[in-house]
Design a binder for this molecule. Sequence first.
Ligand SMILES: Cc1cc2nc3c(=O)[nH]c(=O)nc-3n(C[C@H](O)[C@H](O)[C@H](O)COP(=O)(O)OP(=O)(O)OC[C@H]3O[C@@H](n4cnc5c(N)ncnc54)[C@H](O)[C@@H]3O)c2cc1C
Length: 262
Amino acid sequence: MDIIVCIKRVPDLAEAGLEIAADGRGLRTEDLDFDINEWDDYAVEAAVRLKEQHGGVVTAITVGDEDAEEVLRRALAMGADQAILLDDAAFAGADPFAIATALHACIRSLPFDVVLCGAVTSDGASGQVGGMLAALLDVPQVALATGLEVDGGRARVRHEVEGGLEREVEVALPCLITAQSGLNQPRYVSIRGIRKVADVAIAARSAGDLGLAATAVGEAGSRVRLEGLLLPPAGKRAEILEGSLDAAVATLVERLRERGGL
Ligand SMILES: Cc1cc2nc3c(=O)[nH]c(=O)nc-3n(C[C@H](O)[C@H](O)[C@H](O)COP(=O)(O)OP(=O)(O)OC[C@H]3O[C@@H](n4cnc5c(N)ncnc54)[C@H](O)[C@@H]3O)c2cc1C
């Protein structure tokens, strides 16, 4: 079975004080730690488990610069067999559609039965790349997978639907699945494990290598234009409700009524 997993290197924003970069169009990331996007960790684990059950080849792909190699090495340490870095100045300023365009151009030249993506990223958080990629590849997609089994050319997927519900669907391969938290418990990656794959060659591809014009990717190939980022003004109107829990709840209900929320 040929399995492809799309992964992204993201800054750890959980504990960081966010600052907007000087150009007003991104975050200052100089002092931040980076790692694989959490949902992509579930996707890599699912890919490696499918290989362990059915045999085959797992290929990890990222669109990023040379620093993004570290998440590819992490995927290799988890059990991926090969890794591809889509790296080109022309990819800069991409919206989700332009990222999906680059991924599609790479994946269409590879054999694949299952493509795995994360459901969402912890930075961009659009949750759009997987769906767009499935549409470009013209394969069925199941989003927000919390369970996955492949058998006889079909994937049985448990996935989240609206209202906090889950259901099980079956799709024919090839298909694209986006991984939700709860799909699995990703295996631990030790420093020794990363060292073991330090010499594995990572294939690099430019837009030209993928047969893409520079105008089809990056900012030029994007459907969304980012005008700028703004931090919300400091919360002057925040009110801490004091007193016992009952008193605080009573005040909260009163405030909501006053503002038309109830
Ligand atoms: C107009 C615009 C301009 C932007 N300009 C920049 C910029 O200059 N620099 C910058 O760093 N960011 C920029 N971004 C943000 C960046 O391009 C987004 O992170 C990207 O579009 C992916 O969207 P997302 O993170 O919301 O992914 P989601 O749709 O939330 O991701 C879902 C899944 O898609 C896959 N995926 C997502 N991104 C990648 C990737 N890069 N490689 C492989 N797989 C991936 C992963 O499996 C991921 O879990 C810009 C965004 C917009 C809208």
